[in-house]
Design a protein around this ligand. Sequence first.
Ligand SMILES: Nc1ncnc2c1ncn2[C@@H]1O[C@H](COP(=O)(O)OP(=O)(O)OP(=O)(O)O)[C@@H](O)[C@H]1O
Ligand SMILES: [Mg+2]
Length: 327
Amino acid sequence: MQPVIKVKNLTKHFKVHKRRSGLKESVKSVFHRKYETVKAVDGISFNIDQGELIGFIGPNGAGKTTTLKILSGLLYPTSGEVKVLDYFPFDKKHEFLKQISLVMGQKNQLIWDLPAEETFKLNQKVYEISDKDYNEIVNELVELLDVKGVINKQVRKLSLGQRMKCEIIASLIHQPKVLFLDEPTIGLDVVVQKKLREFIKGYNKKYKTTIILTSHYMEDVKELCERVIIIDEGKIGYDGKLDALVKKYADTKNITLVFLKPVDKKRLEKYGEIVEYDQYKVTFKVPRTKVREFASKMLKDLPVDDVDISEIPIQEIIRQVFENGRA
Ligand SMILES: Nc1ncnc2c1ncn2[C@@H]1O[C@H](COP(=O)(O)OP(=O)(O)OP(=O)(O)O)[C@@H](O)[C@H]1O
Ligand SMILES: [Mg+2]
């Protein structure tokens, strides 16, 4: 099977005007413009097969949105190869655009002063979808996302969660084969986030839609993505199974103890590596194999009120991946 998305040595450099501070300097810079090159994407390669749901993660400014914009034809790459469904995205062929969709949590395509349904209908026309298909598609999506009484209200009057759900419906009217979701859950409350996650999971399963998802919420990635690609400063630091990543880097767990009365830090230091300390609360980093033993010793030795044992946050693992990479 041919991969649906093929990326090889892809780069995107932006030339940005270097600002100088101070009046004299800024007058000077009008005449002698100095440019700096930002390597937003710096030689990345990966292939994605049909039906995969990939988590594309990394810190702010890592190059995620830039990559998705190249893949969906909004930006022209500086160099490298990129094929989506065998098209070069920036050619923006009608046949290509009919098969992809990009949703950006930070931007909206819905027409603000009209009901969301009007944008859906507009998309029906743009993508040349029959009334019969349109009705079936919209009814199913409205049902799944639970927005029945919502789509005929003015978009400006909707809650953020309702609007995001409608954004997603608008982007799926033409049943794209490839879907780019750039922070679709940003700013939403946990209930709506969960609902959207369930929807994305089900949709991917049912329609075998190839999905690339970016998110800063690790819950999204944990629940949805078997495979993750981690990017930082335009470079890929990891591409593979999420659970393999966790096993490889998270050979420790965090044990948090809450005390009944203040405990001195000195007294705790001899037990192991402290991640966070407060008179009433301490978090230790403990090797996976020692967790049981460690917890019972603590309960015996210290005035413990509560214990919590947790996996290291994925955010922390990502940081480690890059620290290792740079080392
Ligand atoms: N149009 C542009 N002109 C100049 N620089 C840009 C432009 N777009 C992005 N950049 C820069 O490229 C880098 C990557 O940005 P990008 O938006 O791809 O990051 P991101 O991974 O999506 O981050 P975030 O998680 O904050 O959304 C950043 O340093 C950003 O400032
Ligand atoms: Mg972004």
